[in-house]
Ligand binder design. Structure first.
Ligand code: HSE
Length: 411
């Protein structure tokens, strides 16, 4: 029998207990050993819950107990998770985590400790909820040189954008629903400002390119500026607005970003709705591979955590290699990367505005909505980001233009 400890009894933690209980027999069979939870750590009391018989409020009994072979960290946040996880690894206990903040910030160091101790630090649930993506990058796509990863990596924002579009609901109402469903982070700014997706693409890029991609270097923009008017333009252009995280490698240069993107309907990510996430990976040998599933929520995330627990139990005292060195990867400044934008401008005279736009951006197609009578939209041609931003600045200062109301990337 293998004893484990679960740190955190929130949405994911309670899901882990539920999955281990529901599929107990098949899980034990697959692990080759019985897996039993000896401790659950949480600051709170859960008087009416059977968990109270194994609940502790202090990490020490867990760290000091030689019977605990695997520690499952599902608390979230960098501290105290980092201190607990590092200490557990140093004491020879494998760690499974769903904590993307922890993995993005300290992943290479924690992987190195696990390697030195011949144990494991596993984090499948940190990206894409229930979707297997870490294991494929580490173990299945290793024959390839990966040159692009693009994905919808945040369930909350995808849920919000889908509901805003399909039900015309306001942003705040849908965010509240995502929180009630357990999708959103404790501080939902992490979701809606793109920080969560940023950490996830940093993790995937680090694994794909083998060096440490620092999430703080990734250009990140959230969905808070997306309005129902933008949605109406998107529909008119036969496009979907999605929060897309991407990293691309070309000639040894890597650039990465997170931002809302207007995707054409034939783009594989345009049909990913609600809490679903999808990630496509491009490799020089395999071509395109796509992964799809529920990206947030109690049971999908717990499913990935428990799969890692099984792997940790199957590989006690045998490190599963992950290719993510502590060496930092310098990213190409996004301002030098190619870009294309949809831009909406409010005008005083439409003819003057259209001439100004075409003088700056060359020939473009204009889009006008019946319901937005004082503005017009257009899509630029592809150019280097810097040049486009300069032109948008110039446009916003031109006589005849009242304001640039929004700019959204196009792919
Ligand atoms: N808040 C995250 C999301 C949870 O919405 O995707 C899963 O990482």
């Amino acid at each position: 029998m293998i004893q484990i400890a679960v740190l955190g009894y929130g949405v994911v933690g309670s899901g882990v207990l539920e999955v281990l209980q529901t599929n107990r027999e098949s899980i034990d069979r697959r692990a080759g050993k019985e897996i039993r939870i000896k401790y659950v750590l949480d600051r709170r009391e859960f008087a009416e819950d059977p968990v109270s018989s194994i609940l502790v409020h202090d990490i020490e009994p867990i760290l000091n107990d030689p019977d605990v072979k695997v520690v499952v960290e599902v608390m979230g946040g960098v501290e105290p998770a980092y201190t607990f996880v590092k200490e557990a690894l140093l004491r020879g206990k494998s760690v499974v985590t769903s904590n993307k903040e922890l993995v993005a910030k300290h992943g290479p160091e924690l992987l190195q400790i696990a390697r030195e101790k011949n144990i494991n630090f596993l984090f499948e649930a940190s990206v894409g909820g229930g979707i297997p993506i870490i294991r494929p990058l580490n173990q299945s796509l290793t024959a390839d040189e990966i040159y692009e990863i693009t994905g919808i990596l945040n369930g909350t924002t995808n849920f919000i954008l889908t509901k805003m579009k399909e039900e015309g609901l306001p942003f705040e109402t849908v965010l509240k629903e995502a929180q009630d469903l357990g999708y959103a982070e404790r501080n939902p700014e992490a979701d809606v400002e793109g920080h969560d997706a940023c950490r996830k693409i940093a993790i995937l890029s680090s694994l794909a390119f083998g060096m440490h991609v620092d999430f703080e270097d990734i250009d990140t923009e959230g969905i808070t500026k997306i309005s129902q008017v933008d949605m109406a333009y998107a529909a008119k252009m036969d496009r979907e607005i999605k929060l897309v995280a991407t990293s691309k490698k070309k000639d040894h240069e890597v650039w990465a970003r997170v931002s809302p993107v207007l995707l054409h309907m034939d783009h594989p990510l345009s049909n990913v709705h609600g809490v679903f996430n999808a990630i496509y990976v491009k490799g020089n040998v395999i071509g395109d591979v796509m992964f799809y599933g529920k990206g947030a929520g109690k049971l999908p995330t717990a499913s990935a955590v428990v799969a890692d627990i099984i792997d940790a139990v199957k590989h006690l005292q045998r490190n599963i290699m992950a290719f993510w060195s502590t060496e930092k990867m310098e990213l190409l400044d996004i301002r030098h990367a190619p870009a294309q934008y949809f831009i909406r401008i409010a005008y005083t005279d439409v003819k003057v505005a259209m001439d100004l736009v075409e003088n700056l951006f060359g020939k473009v197609d204009f889009i006008q909505l019946k319901e937005a009578t004082d503005e017009i939209g257009f899509i630029t041609n592809e150019a280097i980001e810097n040049e486009l931003i300069e032109k948008i600045e110039k446009l916003s200062k031109s006589t005849g233009i009242k304001e640039v109301r929004n700019k959204i990337r196009v792919e």
